[in-house]
Design a protein around this ligand. Sequence first.
Ligand SMILES: Nc1ncnc2c1ncn2[C@@H]1O[C@H](COP(=O)(O)OP(=O)(O)OP(=O)(O)O)[C@@H](O)[C@H]1O
Ligand SMILES: [Mg+2]
Length: 410
Amino acid sequence: MQPLLSSESETTAEAIRAAPVQSPGTQLLAFVSDDATATALRAGLHDVMEDVQVQRGTILTAIRHLEKRATPPALVVDVSGVANPMDTLERLARVCAPSSKVLVVGENADIAFYRDLVRVMGIAEYLPKPIGRDAVMRVFAPMIAGVPQIEATTRGGLVVAVCGARGGAGASTVAVNLALQLANSMHGHVALLDLHLTTGTTALQLGIQPGSGLRIALESPERADSLFLDRCSVPVNDRLRLIAAQEPMDAPCAPTQEGMRRVLGELSQHFNYIVVDMPARPGVAERQVLRMARQLLLVMTPDVVSVRDAERLRRWATQSGCGAQATFVLNRAGVPGGLKPALVRRELNGGLMFVLPDVGKAILRANNLGMPALRASGAFRRSLLPLAQEVAGLGIGRNRPSWLARMFRA
Ligand SMILES: Nc1ncnc2c1ncn2[C@@H]1O[C@H](COP(=O)(O)OP(=O)(O)OP(=O)(O)O)[C@@H](O)[C@H]1O
Ligand SMILES: [Mg+2]
């Protein structure tokens, strides 16, 4: 453990300010607003953790920090003086990896507040101030000691299933670029899962090689263990990982329902968002994704056949037990001869719809260079942002349960 203060007599405030920015091995990072709480944390966690860092700040400082850096296994945030702690915790949940254990300190000693934090928001523990060393040892230390057991966490990432109404509608393009937008603009930890095991295109669009082992994990659930991520996922950047495969064309791929459930369960322990590029005709195993999804994006092009099939797909998904919020994505809007977005919207009877422009040759050129569409076209990137905000729970379709409540399903 790195002692934050060399002696109790040293001024704590100075020591807090001098605390280094998070080192790679940090096991617990705390942002607290007063010296007494910092001292209590340091003393109370002394025997539990090797590397504890306490910094001066509040939950707002923590959010800014986690937008740019990796999430430590355990996090302590201070909600003292924060006008709306629940909303602010919701913002924290969007940038904090779900596997991290979040502990909260604050000034509110109300039992109802405690219950909301722990039961509704999925916070590991809460302590009201003033906080002494004993309370930290008694309440926080046992929770933190269990940090490696991330399977026990009740929080989980949000599964977003991206389906094309027909082949070639742009589902993979939307999945890849949405995943990048969620990672870059929403600062989430994102997994992009490509379920086209033989003919996937997401790796090509990102200019990387897929990892190996996804097919085995989907076929044999016992292989979808905690090591699965290391074997199968490839980093795209520090917030986004790709889980894809490039099996031989004649490989007899047979994903199972249980394999799919385990793979998604594992991913949801580590990522805020799991964006799934779905095959055009979901089989039994892929339907498991629809059951676990919180968002279903139906990608279509501006022609009568595509719009008809998007609507049919939505109905079929609902009948198959998909409880996700269905959102239409009209891709390639403005392509010569295509239907106008207003007309498509009317056909869909007011269903929530986002519009992405046709960007012509730019996308083809970019993909041939292993570059995603949003890097090649500013118009495409700008149009994608409202969709990413919708998925993150910040968008126009906000008359739903809070993002956090949906994400922290018990
Ligand atoms: N907004 C767009 N503007 C112009 N071209 C696009 C756009 N979106 C996708 N495309 C092009 O359309 C083609 C099909 O896109 P994509 O591979 O994303 O579709 P898909 O639905 O995943 O297809 P599949 O059914 O084969 O999986 C690609 O060549 C892609 O570059
Ligand atoms: Mg595709």
